[in-house]
Design a protein around this ligand. Sequence first.
Ligand code: ADP
Length: 185
Amino acid sequence: MRIVFIGPPGAGKGTQAERLAEKYRIAHLSTGDMLRAARDARTEVGCEADKYMSAGQLVPDAIIIRIIQARLEEPDCQRGYLLDGFPRTITQAEALDEMLAQRGTPLDVVLELDVPEDELFNRLAGRGRTDDTPEVIRQRLVAYREQTQPLLDYYGERGLLKTIDGLGTIEEIFERATAVLNDYA
Ligand code: ADP
């Protein structure tokens, strides 16, 4: 199973992604987690990425594409994976398509978690992560709207997009997600 999981910041995507990857026994590839780990380990890439992350901006495509390319080579990805937070731009989506075409391993489905923007702001403001100041939150929502939302058309045109309602309990949303993903398991 190869899944892309798309949703705005604050949608609860990380929580669902972790549970879904466990249920289907596939790797959970969270680019946000990878970048935070690199930042905390103070690697060169991590320090470079931090400049963008702390401002609520997307890290440059070239950096993130290189990270994902290396990650997909690892043995735990051979059974499949759930991409959480990648791709986030059309350039990243095109790079992913190219990587997967070379491997002959196309995506099965792109799952969108749909949550209205006013709900997101409240949730993010309540989360208390150090990068969650109001200005940074606003910037992250703008980045989502301008750079990531176009992917919904990109994958829609390719017949890959499935959207679920992201309002409800963790359990309810998990049920909706598995109702879609069971078709590809
Ligand atoms: P969020 O809390 O916005 O859902 P994540 O934990 O997925 O965010 O990512 C945190 C930050 O890491 C993003 O705001 C962005 O700066 C960076 N990031 C993560 N994934 C990507 C990506 N695919 N492309 C560019 N930047 C990324």
